[in-house]
Design a protein around this ligand. Structure first.
Ligand code: B12
Ligand code: SF4
Length: 534
């Protein structure tokens, strides 16, 4: 297609209901650049599964858009943690002492993998449906799932499809302008079925992303109001310069941090709160604050929010490297509701995963928060995403993590600290994947999108011998605790806290620590000497 487009139908492919931020930023940007273009957003997550195909067909035929733009968020939905049943299934299958539970888990695993496969095949069938109903329209596919698996997706797409890797604004603008070769990093499947790749550096100037015009978005998105009672994602920057071994975010968004204008970000939040009554915001950046420069940017956003007297609760992925007492105070004053961050209790594991921060500095930053909470610490939660059993983990490093968690219990109150039982999910083209290929843990040439349950299980990295102990501690904790943090109403403890405590007990039974061994030894010596003395 080389003529300019006049209409776009965005189709958000189904996921568990979550604010479709990516597609909204793209549609808002296109509207601001080319106001004459007719746009509509069809969010399949809001439509009952049985009606989705029919509704898609109806909208394609009625609207007959020049561009059919699919947004695909998750392709691999298992990065399991306690709020996701897949973790219980894997743990029961591998580590339950009860055979019937293992058999049940095997059945559940087959169900999960079937759903996963069906979702993927169904998405490809919808792309073909669009091509069949509208042979002249250009099909575009974007979103985080295709940013990771772009080539694979392009190969399965119908002809004349553009698969956009990474951010979509520039690519989409060039497509609506009718460029034969769109801008940005993308794959293209031509009419003969050949797939070509057009790499590009991320270059979009984020200061062009002004506050979303929600009035316009509401006019093109019938499901818009259905999200207003929940958490809304707000983007403040793109890119991450760190190289954590397990992470892909720096590849999805690029390594260079680019920033939106703080006043525009705050204006966006202000409209959400004052016009639509939104109470909860998630800053959807790879990291909300990580570098010295990004901490300054965050401070400006918080200043703007405070100046506008915006009353929301907010969170996002945080790094505390450059936290200052002033920023901690502003974070709390502007509605920080939880501190969500990677956590492990030894510098050795931090370094082996190249997380790029100092443990003592992280602990000092926690104290800054504590000191900044003028009226005491009672509302905010500390959510610890723990890469348990990462390469290099030993009984002693796990015990050290537990000791640090106890420090946090003392600082913030036990009920406010939520250790998240998390494992490394091995993702394609990450340093950890390369390490595990070299070690022979994964076979070279394995398919990261495989449906083989044994390979899928391996992608959740929790190897022996500690893996079995962690698994059994988790299963024991599940018997007596709650998977959600329900504060005072919880029946039993929060599962993450209980797991860590059971694990510590098991570690002490099976691998007495050197100091404990020393104590036991001296006690035995004293007892023996006393025995001989009397
Ligand atoms: C923030 C975040 C979360 C937050 C979301 C908070 C919220 N309320 O919004 C939380 C913690 C809740 C979360 C949960 C999960 N997440 Co998450 N999340 C992210 C993160 C960091 C940012 C996503 C985001 O909103 N970005 C901001 C928006 C503006 O950007 P965007 O959506 O990417 O859209 C841009 C482009 O993709 C593109 N685009 C999008 N659509 C389209 C369409 C067209 C036509 C075009 C041209 C372009 C285009 O243009 C947009 C603007 O430039 C990404 C990693 C990353 N760095 O991208 C993971 C990520 C998306 N999450 C992922 C996963 C797996 C999950 C979970 C399944 C984890 C779990 N096991 O529970 C859940 C699922 C939630 C759900 N309901 O679907 C994976 C998906 C990867 C995959 N292989 O499938 C990612 C990529 C992380 C990873 N593992 O690498 N997540
Ligand atoms: S884990 Fe966070 S800091 Fe590390 S590379 Fe990923 S986004 Fe960046």
């Amino acid at each position: 297609m080389s003529t300019a487009a006049r209409s776009i139908l965005y189709i958000r492919l189904p996921v568990w209901k979550i604010w479709p931020g990516g597609v909204i930023y793209v549609a808002d940007f296109i509207h601001k650049q080319r106001p004459g273009i007719r746009q509509e957003i069809l969010d399949l997550a809001l439509i009952p599964p049985r009606s989705r195909g029919a509704e898609l067909k109806r909208r394609l035929l009625e609207f007959r858009p020049d561009v059919v733009a699919f947004s695909w968020r998750n392709m691999q939905t298992f990065g399991p943690h306690p709020e996701n049943d897949a973790l219980d299934v894997v743990m029961n299958f591998d580590h339950s002492p009860k055979p019937w539970r293992r058999i049940k888990a095997a059945w559940q695993a087959i169900g999960i993998i079937r759903d996963y496969a069906v979702a993927r095949l169904r998405n490809f069938a919808w792309f073909r449906l669009a091509r069949q109903l509208l042979p002249e329209s250009r099909i575009v596919v974007g979103g985080t799932a295709v940013s990771i698996f772009g080539k694979y997706v392009a190969e399965k797409c119908p002809s004349d499809t553009v698969v956009v890797v990474g951010e979509g604004e520039e690519a989409m603008l060039s497509i609506v302008d009718g460029y034969t070769e769109p801008a940005g990093n993308h794959y293209y499947k031509d009419n003969s079925g050949r797939v070509s790749h057009h790499p590009a550096e991320e270059s979009f100037d984020l200061s062009r992303l002004t506050a979303v015009d929600f009035g316009y978005v509401e006019s093109i998105f019938p499901g818009f109001r259905e999200y207003m009672g929940g958490t809304i994602g707000v983007h403040t920057k793109r890119g991450c310069p760190f190289q954590c071994h397990f992470c892909l975010y720096n590849k999805i968004e690029g390594g260079r941090q680019r920033y939106r204008d703080p006043a525009e970000v705050a204006k966006e939040i202000e409209t959400l709160e004052k016009v639509y009554g939104v109470k909860d915001i998630w800053f959807t950046d790879a990291q909300f604050c990580s570098t010295r420069r990004s901490m300054k940017h965050v401070e400006h956003i918080l200043d703007e929010m405070l100046a506008r007297n915006v009353k929301v609760r907010w969170t996002g992925y945080l790094r505390l490297n450059y936290l200052t007492p002033e920023v901690a105070r502003k974070m709390l004053a502007s509605g920080l509701t939880s501190i969500d961050l990677s956590f492990t209790g030894t510098q050795d594991i931090i370094d082996s995963l190249t997380l790029g921060y100092d443990l003592e500095q992280q602990m000092a930053a926690f104290r800054l928060f504590k000191d900044a909470a003028v009226e005491g610490w009672d509302k905010q939660k500390i959510k610890l995403y723990m890469p348990l059993n990462a390469p290099g983990e030993t009984p002693d490093t796990l015990r050290a993590t537990m000791a640090r968690i106890r420090e946090l219990y003392e600082m913030f109150g036990r009920d406010n600290v939520l250790p998240f039982i998390f494992f490394i999910g091995v993702q394609p083209n990450t340093p950890i994947e390369e390490k595990l290929l070299e070690a022979g843990y994964l076979p070279r040439g394995y398919n990261p999108l495989t449906l083989n349950p044994f390979t899928i299980k391996k992608l959740l990295y929790n190897p022996k011998p500690l893996g079995a102990m962690i698994g059994r501690a988790y299963l024991e904790a599940l018997e007596c605790s709650s998977k959600l943090d329900e504060g005072a109403n919880a029946e039993g403890d929060y599962v993450g806290r209980a797991t860590m405590e059971i694990l510590e007990r098991k570690l002490n039974e099976s691998f007495p620590s050197p100091s404990r061994q020393r104590r036991l030894f001296s006690l035995q010596t004293v007892v023996t000497q006393q025995g001989t003395d009397t």
